[in-house]
Design a protein around this ligand. Sequence first.
Ligand code: SF4
Length: 64
Amino acid sequence: MSREVYIDEDECIACGMCQDICPEVFKLDDAEMVAKVIKPQGGPEDLIQEAIDACPVSCIHWKE
Ligand code: SF4
């Protein structure tokens, strides 16, 4: 079973990096100025990990 991912929306600065890296999973909500997880298990784990590593405020996490 693939792992799920979530965004701490209080920390997100809506830079769009996660969406650029893995648009299957992350989408910027322009109205709320925050990124959302649209498919928690919806992407290749290596791309999700890349988004986690690229997030400038480190607010994307795996659910344990
Ligand atoms: S990379 Fe991080 S700060 Fe940037 S939009 Fe995604 S969750 Fe928000």
